[in-house]
Design a protein around this ligand. Structure first.
Ligand code: MRU
Length: 351
């Protein structure tokens, strides 16, 4: 299975930015050209492009294309607009650190290049966005190679949400070890939580794994305990959106439930992520801002209303898994084990 055969969330070709509209999957494969700052903002906000590394990449390229109309301006005006457009894009989704990380990296590159012409600064930040994309590809392959060693014949692996090719440049984070193990001829099963309310597990994970030829079984979120109690699950691997300095980890709502169950059934619980997801400015999970989304995502199942009109709704997009429930982080530098405060910090110095 070649990584090229997997769906691509973000493409940048001949100066054009294209997102695969993930809200239409798995029924339709629709690619949408992104032409304005506002369009990119909406695409990120509406989860047309989603997944922590993918929104970082989308944000970096989105910021770039938003500057196309400013090539005639002064360096000063160009840079001011770049910064305000960047801040605007960062505000589209607050939890995944990768979005602000990638956008700040592009802005920093421009700041260090202010002695160039606007046209040259544009080319320099274009290259920075391309570098972010290409580095993410290498990182995902490294995560895959390290994580693959944890997979053995006969295993059952549970994953939550989508941390596959659709959530990154290519291959995935949580799904990268699975694709590598498939390539290496290992025989195993994957269980995908459907992941209410927006069904990333059903619509995206089961779609991409099934299409790639992985033995995947879709379960409702409330079936994980049953599957574990029946001995079907030997390991959990999930992705993540932000890891605090102490290892507390934000990921899709419901991840903490799975981690608690894994602890109960004595099943290893791994988080796969690039080291850019480590945020040592955020000390513990309590400091992570959790995105609250529209109540309609809960009162409706796709376009079908399933709850009374005015019922009160809680709709956090993410939860925070306490570090003590995490067996290890699968990163591009290898697998990081506790004590996380020390070992995450050490990893940050390798970047
Ligand atoms: O709301 P989403 O679909 O962007 O949430 C995605 C997740 O929670 C993923 O697990 C996480 O971003 C890691 S993607 C490699």
């Amino acid at each position: 299975m070649s990584a090229d055969k997997l769906p691509k969330a973000v493409k940048y070709e001949n100066g054009e930015l294209i997102f695969l509209d993930q809200t239409k999957l798995p029924l339709e494969l629709v690619y949408e050209k992104q032409e304005t700052l506002e369009q990119v903002y909406i695409s990120i906000k509406q989860l047309k492009v989603r997944g922590a590394p993918a929104i970082g990449i989308a944000g970096a390229f989105g910021l770039l294309i938003s500057m196309k109309n400013y090539l005639e301006k002064s360096v000063d005006e160009f840079f001011k607009t770049l910064k305000s457009n960047g801040e605007y894009l960062i505000s589209s989704r607050p939890t995944a650190v990768n979005l602000s990380w990638a956008i700040k990296r592009v802005i920093k590159k421009a700041e260090n290049s202010l002695n160039h012409t606007v046209e040259d600064i544009f080319k320099i930040i274009e290259q920075e966005a391309i570098d972010i994309y290409n580095e993410d590809k290498n990182i995902c392959h490294n995560i895959g190679n390290y994580g693959e060693k944890l997979i053995f014949d006969g295993m059952g692996i549970l994953t939550h949400c989508n941390a596959g090719a659709l959530a990154v440049s290519e291959l995935g984070t949580a799904l990268a070890p699975i694709y590598k193990a498939l390539d290496n001829g290992k025989k195993f099963r994957v269980y995908a939580d459907e992941t209410r309310p927006l069904l990333q597990g059903a619509r995206l994970t089961s779609y991409e794994l099934y299409s790639a030829g992985v033995d995947v079984t879709l379960i409702c979120d409330n079936m994980a305990a049953y599957a574990m109690s029946k001995g079907l699950i030997n390991m959990v691997i999930v992705g993540c959106d932000r890891v605090a300095a102490n290892g507390d980890t934000a990921n899709k709502i419901g991840t903490m439930n799975v981690a608690i169950l894994a602890k109960h059934f004595n099943i290893p619980f791994y988080v796969a992520c690039p080291s850019s997801t480590f945020d040592n400015m955020t000390l513990t999970g309590k400091d992570i801002v959790i995105e609250e989304r529209d109540k309609k995502e809960v009162t409706h199942f796709s376009s079908c209303q399933t709850a009374p009109d005015d019922v009160k709704v809680l709709n956090p997009a993410f939860d925070v898994t306490p570090n003590e429930l995490i067996t290890g982080f699968i990163t591009e530098y290898g697998i990081i084990k506790p004590p996380f405060v020390i070992n995450l910090e050490k990893t940050l110095h390798k970047r």
